[in-house]
Design a protein around this ligand. Structure first.
Ligand SMILES: [Zn+2]
Length: 194
């Protein structure tokens, strides 16, 4: 089963512990005070290429902005999951935004541990997903079986009915699954809870 490694990794991750670390300031609950607000302001403007209403900060993939021992700014990004085609596009967008804003010296580094979890979507991010017609993840990562059970009963973003079915594992992008509402008949994408 291809996804097993991912599930186990997600189960072992403890993003709440990470949230207490200085410099860790993202959509995760309890995010600490942000250092380098000017850099965060730049990052806030970078949209997810697949879901343009969602910024990468709201997506929860910006792990840190901090000054390294070398005196250089480091921006840590966590891919939503390996193989997500948006990862390279996001990195290029961040590079471009930093360069334009005068942070050409900043280093972008990939942070693979702990792995990104849909728990890290900010409240604003979830709201924007809903407005965009994508059902946000409704549960926290903890139990793999719970994940899939919950994913099977995603609420319809149009009418709110829980009477929905997953009709395809893959929606308009690999990060989303395709669902249909049995109550109103509306097909919709749901953000995969990974
Ligand atoms: Zn509906």
């Amino acid at each position: 089963m291809v996804s097993m490694g991912h599930e186990m990794a997600a189960g072992m991750a403890a993003p709440t512990g990470e949230a207490a670390r200085p410099g860790f300031a993202v959509g995760a609950p309890g995010g600490s005070v942000r250092e380098f607000p000017a850099v965060w302001a730049v990052l806030e403007q970078v949209a997810d290429p697949e879901i343009p209403v969602l910024g990468i900060v709201d997506l929860g993939i910006v792990r840190h902005v901090r000054q390294g021992g070398d005196g250089v700014l480091h921006v840590g990004l966590t891919p939503t999951y390996s193989g997500c085609p948006a990862t390279e596009a996001i990195r290029a967008s961040v590079r471009s935004a930093l360069d334009t804003a005068g942070f050409a010296d900043a280093v972008i580094e990939e942070v693979l541990s702990p792995p990104w979890s849909s728990d890290w979507l900010s409240a604003r991010g979830r709201q924007r997903l809903l407005q965009f017609g994508i059902a946000p993840p409704t549960h926290t990562v903890g139990s793999v079986r719970g994940l899939w059970r919950a994913a099977a009963t995603v609420a319809c973003p149009r009418c709110g009915s829980g009477n929905t079915e997953r009709i395809s594992e893959f929606g308009s992008t690999p990060c989303k699954a395709h669902h249909r509402c049995r109550a109103c008949g509306e097909p919709f994408d749901a953000f995969k809870c990974i």
